[in-house]
Write a protein that binds this ligand. Structure first.
Ligand SMILES: [Mn+2]
Length: 449
């Protein structure tokens, strides 16, 4: 049971007031955490608090609700939490409880979650607008919608009651896209643990293996460092690497094959996301090396575009251009560079690289944040404090017909992904300690020290 939230209280108070100050004082803010979900009969999926409640309060337990409202003088906050209950805690685990939340979490008041509906009904009736994230707390949604319907009618008579329901997610997303110093330091830690996990897997694989065994090397490193996977690890040998979101991880991997591992961890709520592709036998074949170098050059070119003032799509454009040049120069594609790249970065290369190059990363591995807040064609400008992935790839599935490439390339999938912090100066690659060049990889795979 935590003694308090991850960050010092003033950081949360700053975030809360940055959000609340954007709202009309005649409104109320309701941020419920995620609901518990059944996996199978009596068993739940592991609980993960909603990223927004983590962002605003650091509260990690289920059945919680953050409330902000203006009392005429100032914004006030209440956190509804499960109260202490000896019997329930003997079954399910210790709880911080109402008193603990009141004393150690960044809110004015803490209350018992069970009483939230009764306490909030009267308060909501005095407000014009309800800012709520619906879909997490069914009873709360029902209350708000009932008040909206009945009070809209009554409002015409008494002037009381809410007349609008607004989702505050976009406001939170805009705040979360820029990371604070303390968030960045946790993200560095998540990046280093994940880098070490990939290194550990490389070192401890010597020739043929199984996807699940290599997965265990990765995830045991996460666990040893008090972290968990931030998404389902992708451990894809040979042709499986051509499936973008492969997650079966059950196959044998032959010596001579490449293995593509897309796996990151979560540390105190913050994600890392790394992909490395390497030969299980420790030595790239010439064909593998040629394709790998094309992807690596594209990734380095894209990382170099991660600078303030560049647009969100500049790294992607650099990757598409670089892959096109590489594929034509190495004779993989029998066309001009222009044809490979396409006028709008949509040429033939997109047959083999069909995903985006970057996504924001933070409390969510595919983090929130509107990329085109004002409809910008090339996306918003990059700013210091933003963290994004850079992950170009090439995929030549054996089983897809009419790919129109030399069969020697088929059955190969390569992706290289790092997490990159935008700074005032050069981009900071948070996952830089994870081997990436051909030489570094060949010097690591199978070389447990
Ligand atoms: Mn990613």
């Amino acid at each position: 049971m935590p003694d308090g939230p991850v960050f010092a209280l003033p950081e949360y108070l700053r975030r809360q007031s940055a959000l609340l100050s954007q709202l009309d004082i005649n409104s109320i803010l309701l941020i419920p955490t995620n609901d518990l979900k059944i996996r199978s009969h009596d068993v739940h999926y592991p609980f993960r608090a909603s990223s927004d409640i983590l962002y605003l309060t650091g509260w990690e337990e289920p059945k919680a609700l953050f409330v902000g409202y203006h009392d005429g003088e100032d914004w006030k906050t209440t956190l509804f939490v499960r109260d202490n209950n000896e019997l329930a805690e003997r079954w399910e685990g210790r709880r911080v409880g109402v008193v603990g939340a009141q004393e150690r979490w960044p809110v004015d008041h803490a209350r018992d979650w069970e009483n939230r509906l009764g306490i909030l009904e009267g308060l909501i009736q005095t407000k014009n607008t309800v800012y709520i994230q619906q879909g997490h707390d069914h009873d709360l949604d029902t209350l708000v919608n009932r008040l909206l319907i009945t009070k809209t009618r009554e409002k015409t008579v008494s002037g009381k009651g809410p007349s609008a329901v607004v989702d505050p997610s976009a406001l939170l997303a805009e705040m979360r896209i820029r990371k604070s110093e303390s968030e960045i330091s946790i993200m560095r830690e998540a990046a280093i643990i994940a880098s070490n996990a990939h290194k550990h897997a490389m070192r401890n694989t010597k020739g043929e293996s199984n996807e699940f065994e290599i997965q265990s090397l990765i995830e045991s490193t996460f666990m040893k460092n008090k972290s968990i996977p931030s998404y389902g690890s992708i451990v894809a040998g040979g042709d499986n690497a051509t499936i973008l979101h492969y997650h079966a991880n059950q196959d044998h991997v032959k010596d001579g094959s490449l293995i593509l591992i897309d796996a990151g961890c979560e540390v105190q709520g913050y994600a890392s996301d790394i992909t490395r592709t390497w030969p299980v036998g420790g030595k790239f074949s010439q064909v593998q090396k040629d394709l790998y170098e094309i992807v690596l050059t594209a990734q380095l070119d894209a990382i170099d575009m991660c600078r303030p003032g560049n647009t969100w799509s500049d790294p992607h454009k650099a990757a598409v251009r670089s892959l096109s040049e590489g594929l034509v120069e190495k004779g993989v594609l029998d066309c001009t560079i222009e044809e490979a790249m396409g006028e709008n970065y949509d040429g033939r290369v997109r047959e083999f690289f069909m995903h985006g190059t970057s996504h924001s990363i933070g409390l969510d591995v595919h983090d929130v944040g509107v990329i085109k807040p004002n409809g910008e064609e090339d996306g918003r400008l990059l700013e210091p404090g933003m963290v994004l992935t850079v992950e170009p790839g090439l995929y030549f599935p054996k089983w897809v017909e009419n790919l129109n490439i030399d069969p020697k390339f088929s059955g190969i999938g390569i992706r290289i992904e790092d997490d990159v912090l935008i700074t005032d100066g050069d981009p900071e690659v948070l996952t830089a300690s994870c081997p990436k060049t051909v030489v570094d990889i060949e010097n690591t795979v199978g070389k447990d020290v």
